[in-house]
Design a protein around this ligand. Structure first.
Ligand SMILES: [Zn+2]
Length: 326
């Protein structure tokens, strides 16, 4: 469901130029699943060289203003960089780091704080020494961050995550929420998964979602919610995270038409104990793998601004259901 009236003008359709995104084949997220042998193997990817050349968006609205970028979407391409992503919905922090953005209107989420984590980062490709640094994720060692995956046509997961997160942030703010973003540009590096968890914890977020797309087997498609497994620091949020996961699964299924994953989890839900982002969370948190970027049918969706907007609206609807008890 979508409450609070109409969506803000299109955030996922306008003009900035990011030239020459160069990405490596890779996989989203972290390593082995904790409890389900059917879960996909995800691993860190060593970034290639040379580094991608990027240009920041030309103009940015102030953080508290409603977005005003109603330009029609350009036809998506899966093959030819540079792709032209939309202008950000939020002004980036000076270093592209985390930022907090207040409501743009009243609504059902007034007083709520939501942490939105766009997985990976566009600059990760150029900083292997930073993102490959080992961190302790609450259970074991994993990389600080990874590059994420990409479509066969070279459209990066970092970009997809960023654009969907922008839409979610705008939608939530338009319904009264304060949004904490773990990164405020798609040209930076990291932050480490430990920091991504800490940002939501420090904000005492009422809910947190980490937005990703998967790099699964080419023959598999669909979305999956990755839920935490109790490990000590996150013990208190397991039940609430499962409720959040159910709400997101239901809203994403209804709002996008995307099927639940054919290869990851059961009915779109997968418990994972190997993700620092949920192992270290003290607020209700799940990941969503919106689609399989390695599957041709899903790849055609993830590059589409219209589908990105649908995905954002569906994620927002799930968060609203969780936060309002609906
Ligand atoms: Zn990912």
């Amino acid at each position: 469901m979508t409450s609070g009236g109409g969506r803000p003008p299109s955030l996922l359709a306008a003009a900035a130029v990011v030239a020459g995104l160069v990405v490596a084949a890779g996989a989203c997220g972290a390593t082995a699943p904790a409890r389900d042998a059917t879960a996909p193997t995800e691993k860190a990817t060593t970034p290639p060289s040379p580094a991608p050349s990027t240009s920041p968006a030309a103009s940015l609205p102030p953080p508290t203003s409603a977005p005003t970028v109603p330009a029609p979407p350009a036809a998506p391409t899966t093959t030819t960089p540079p792709y032209a992503p939309p202008s950000p919905a939020v002004a980036p922090a000076p270093d592209g780091g985390p930022g907090t953005f207040g409501p743009t209107a009243g609504g059902a989420l007034q007083g709520k704080v939501v942490a939105v984590d766009p997985g990976h980062n566009g600059g990760n490709f150029a900083a292997p020494s930073v993102i490959n640094a080992p961190i302790f994720n609450g259970r074991s060692s994993e990389a600080c961050d990874t590059t994420g995956t990409e479509t066969d046509g070279g459209y990066t997961e970092a970009t997809f995550n960023w654009l969907v997160a922008q839409g979610v942030a705008a939608d939530l703010r338009a319904q009264g929420a304060t949004v904490v973003l773990t990164r405020t540009s798609n040209t930076g590096v990291g932050p480490c998964v430990t920091q991504r968890a800490a940002i939501a914890n420090t904000a005492h977020a009422d809910a947190a979602v980490s937005i990703h797309a998967d790099g699964g087997p080419a023959g598999g498609r669909g979305f999956a919610i990755l839920e935490p497994v109790a490990d000590g620091p996150n013990d208190a949020i397991i039940g609430a995270s499962r409720t959040l996961g159910d709400d997101l699964r239901n809203s994403f299924l209804a709002g996008t038409g995307e099927p639940v994953s054919s290869y990851d989890g059961v009915d779109g839900i997968q418990a994972r104990g190997d993700l620092g982002g949920t192992n270290l969370s003290t607020v209700p948190k799940v990941f969503i793998e919106c689609a399989n970027m390695r599957n041709a049918a899903d790849a055609a969706l993830v590059v589409s601004p219209a589908w990105q907007q649908q995905a954002a609206a569906a994620i927002t609807a799930g968060l609203v259901a969780f936060l309002t008890g609906g």
